[in-house]
Design a protein around this ligand. Structure first.
Ligand SMILES: [Ca+2]
Length: 213
């Protein structure tokens, strides 16, 4: 009935109604295809779903042998760090110890990770000031180490509250990366960088090790 181009065969009589009907069906099929594309779930590359209120991330150079510690204090004076990973609504996910400690054994083989990162989440909002510090625990290289820090507020939509770097250059060195204050609604209302030692508050008795001294 129709040739390759959708027209009636030459031997057949021309029926304008059939042609219009066929073309209309093609249009409807095309619109249906477009509608299905619009309704298809979009890929969500680059999106991280988390129910936390804040994510605080500290990175230092890949494969670096030194051990840095992320320390976060909340307004209730809870401090999350490697010795106390859960404190109030603060949770440190892992103490990255750097160098040879960043390996695991699988079937007798040593597998290492180049990543040097510690992440603390805040899962409940408390009005008042939060303090984010970096401590240099093992200084293998005896060289300054640059830590990159990011504080992200996740709700109602993700935004970076702070992004910056601090340097630590000897074991026991401690630097304040950022301090920020939350109001009653959980909004960030003040950001400052005044130094505040959390190690002094804790009176750390952690024995220093691993740097040969
Ligand atoms: Ca660490």
């Amino acid at each position: 009935m129709f040739d390759d181009f959708g027209f009636p065969g030459r031997e057949e009589g021309f029926d304008p109604f059939s042609v219009m009907l066929f073309k209309a069906l093609q249009v409807v099929a095309f619109l249906f295809f477009l509608a299905m594309l619009a309704m298809a779930p979009k890929a969500s590359e680059g999106k991280v779903d988390s129910k936390a209120e804040f994510i605080i991330t500290m990175d230092w150079p890949d494969n670096h042998p030194d051990d840095l510690d992320l320390m976060v204090q909340d307004p209730a004076e809870n401090i999350a760090w490697y010795r106390h990973k859960e404190a109030g609504f603060l949770t440190l996910d892992r103490d990255d110890r750097g160098g040879p400690h960043d390996t695991i054994s699988i079937n007798g083989k040593r597998v290492s990770t180049a990543i040097r990162e510690e992440v603390t989440t805040i899962r409940g909002l408390v009005p008042g000031e939060y303090v984010v510090n970096v401590a240099h625990y093992v200084a293998t290289t005896h060289q300054p180490v640059t830590a990159s820090l990011r504080v992200q507020k996740l709700n109602p939509s993700a935004r970076v509250v702070y992004e910056g770097q601090v340097k630590v250059d000897h074991r026991g060195d401690e630097k304040t990366a950022v301090r920020f204050r939350l109001d009653e609604k959980g909004d960030v209302v003040d950001i400052n960088y005044r130094p505040k030692s959390l190690l002094n508050i804790l009176g750390s008795s952690r024995p220093l090790e691993g740097d040969g001294k």
